[in-house]
Write a protein that binds this ligand. Structure first.
Ligand SMILES: [Mn+2]
Length: 304
């Protein structure tokens, strides 16, 4: 695995339904993400925070809130992620709300096209994030990034990575899903997204879910992990804007991360939706950093 890490802070809540995720990058730094990664022998460079438009907090227009601002943030994130990948480094995006998955993953997809790699996207989330402007109840674009990446969304967003669609639905595996809007559910099935929802995890276990989600990757596969902190059960992660009960507990989440680490294929990642305004003494940021540490090989097990 690449041991050169670049942290990219993206302090915005432009796509969210609640303010506060803009403070996520600093909360992760305060929770010691840098020394924690360095302790695993990784060379970490903090690139600081991107800058972009303020959040005007306006109602949706044509089913999108803040579309122009969302485009601006995602364009600059795309450029930053793409630059790090070209330098041979592993970008870790510190969000920010999950609309930023569009800029991050479209850059990863572009890099994979350049280098002839296959792409696998693991989407750890309580939500499918597969809404469109006609399906969305809120107009919040943080509910739409997967659809945009698959080519369903406004032109200015779907073309950011230089190719439409940026990715194919069959490259995505979603884990932990437990809140999907009615129309969105139909669309997820129509497009054939592979979803390991909480029902599946409850019945079959996290191990079986992750074995399938990580199957059929080879040495030429770039694995991108998009970690929405609301993936976790709110008992351990209250600091997010869209908590949904019944998520993975600490042990399940840790197993998930360890199994990803075992593949050795992770080459980029996002940490999204952390909302310090809703947190309790930064404990959600600390749990997130703890789980990120597991992604980089901290093992609970006495294994070699
Ligand atoms: Mn999400």
């Amino acid at each position: 695995m690449n041991t050169k890490i670049s942290l990219i802070g993206v302090p915005t809540d432009i796509g969210a339904g609640m303010r506060g995720a803009s403070m996520g990058p600093e909360a992760l730094r305060v929770a010691n993400i840098i020394p924690t990664l360095e302790a695993h022998g990784l060379e970490v460079q903090d690139r600081g925070n991107l800058v972009g438009p303020a959040n005007p907090w306006l109602p949706p227009v044509d089913g999108y809130r803040h579309l122009n601002e969302v485009v601006a943030w995602n364009q600059s994130l795309h450029d930053a992620v793409y630059a790090e990948l070209q330098l041979g480094r592993m970008p870790i995006v510190l969000g920010g709300d999950h609309c930023l998955g569009i800029g991050s993953i479209s850059a990863v997809a572009r890099h994979c096209r350049d280098t002839g790699k296959k792409l696998r996207v693991l989407w750890l989330d309580a939500h499918a994030d597969f809404n469109t402007n006609s399906l969305t109840p809120s107009g919040n674009i943080h509910g739409m990034p997967v659809a945009c990446l698959c080519g369903f969304g406004p032109q200015a967003l779907i073309e950011i990575g230089g190719k439409v669609p940026a990715i194919q639905a069959k490259w995505v595996r979603q884990i932990g899903i437990r809140s999907v809007d009615q129309g969105e559910k139909r669309f997820v099935h129509e497009q054939g997204l592979e979803v390991f929802d909480m029902r599946y995890i409850d019945e079959m276990g996290m191990r079986a879910a992750m074995e399938l989600a990580l199957a059929l990757m080879d040495a030429n596969t770039h694995l991108h992990v998009s970690f929405d902190v609301d993936f976790l059960d709110p008992d351990i992660a209250p600091g997010v804007g869209t908590t949904v009960r019944g998520g993975p507990n600490y042990r399940e989440a840790q197993l998930c991360m360890e199994m990803i680490a075992d593949t050795g294929r992770m080459a980029s990642m996002d940490v999204m939706e952390l909302n310090p305004a809703l947190d309790e003494r930064n404990r959600t940021a600390e749990v997130a950093v703890d789980l990120i540490e597991s992604l980089f090989g901290k093992s609970t097990l006495m294994r070699k």
